[in-house]
Design a protein around this ligand. Structure first.
Ligand SMILES: C[S@@+](CC[C@H](N)C(=O)[O-])C[C@H]1O[C@@H](n2cnc3c(N)ncnc32)[C@H](O)[C@@H]1O
Length: 259
């Protein structure tokens, strides 16, 4: 996994998400819908969804627009969940899920009509390289769209440290993402910055994962909590700072550009 293992628990935030089958997705459906619209996904034949996690975004795109979607993720466990979701959603024939690193995408250049990346690059150290890979596999005239979180205002060092410990990566500021975007080489760049609404986050997290899947996830979370001291420790560290307070300091940005 790309994120640091939590030193005291030996379980990373993403390991934990992969086990319980619930991932972080900032901005809810409103963010994804706006991103897909800015990327003209309605006109796409084939979309790459990078860091697909448990497969919610990838299967959503196929169901909504009918295009073919390829999802990649560095975690085998996430890909297994994504394949299961595609089977249960009956979109197996329109989706393909593969284990791959955004830093080395196993596709020829100029292939996809749109490449969508949501809540992934925050976990990747070499963000410019990751973005170059996404641009490489986009066809000329196609779109690259990013949805990532950022700090609205400089948080206290305690909050930065706590997020780094629990999430296993630092959250950049909007200035960092904007600089990355300006150097992407993409045209017609659009940047939209929003404040995170904690009510939307809580409500939409369940909608995003799906109630049936969320209930199974909570069952796994309960089992993990009972049986794994490492998971108990990680959960304690994740909630050391009330997460709703942390969410109030966060925004999310939609970054779109045309190749
Ligand atoms: C917070 S989850 C977001 C999942 C999904 N995009 C969503 O919004 O629901 C981040 C995902 O990025 C994946 N990831 C992290 N680093 C990656 C890398 N270098 N290449 C591909 N996927 C990566 C993780 O395994 C995880 O599934």
């Amino acid at each position: 996994m790309p994120t640091e293992k939590n030193a005291s628990t030996d379980m990373s935030y993403l390991d934990f998400q992969a086990y319980v089958d619930i991932t972080k997705h900032i901005g809810g459906f409103a963010a994804t819908d706006e991103l897909l619209s800015l990327c003209h996904v309605a006109e796409a034949r084939e979309v790459l969804y990078v860091g697909c996690g448990i497969g919610v975004g990838a299967t959503y795109i196929t169901r909504k627009y009918g295009c073919r979607v390829v999802g990649v993720d560095i975690s085998e466990k996430m890909i297994a969940w994504a394949r299961q979701r595609a089977r249960e959603d009956k979109v197996e024939n329109k989706t393909e899920f593969r284990v791959a690193d955004v830093l080395d995408l196993p596709f020829e250049a100029d292939r996809f009509d749109a490449v969508i990346i949501e809540s992934v690059l925050a976990f990747v150290d070499d963000k410019p390289w990751a973005l170059r890979e996404c641009v490489r596999v986009t066809r000329p005239g196609g779109y690259v769209g990013l949805n990532e979180s950022y700090w609205l205002t400089e948080p206290s060092p305690e909050i930065v440290a706590q997020v780094r410990v629990s999430v296993g990566s630092a959250i950049p500021t909007a200035v960092t993402w904007q600089a990355l975007w300006e150097e992407s080489g993409l045209h017609d760049r659009v940047v939209k910055l929003y404040q995170v609404d904690s009510r939307v986050e809580v409500r939409d997290r369940m909608r995003w994962v799906g109630w049936k899947w969320a209930l199974r996830g909570f069952g796994r979370l309960f089992r993990l909590y009972i049986t794994q001291p490492a998971a108990r420790q990680l959960l304690r560290e994740m909630f050391a700072t009330p997460s709703l307070d942390t969410l109030r300091l966060m925004g999310y940005g939609l970054f779109v550009g045309r190749k």
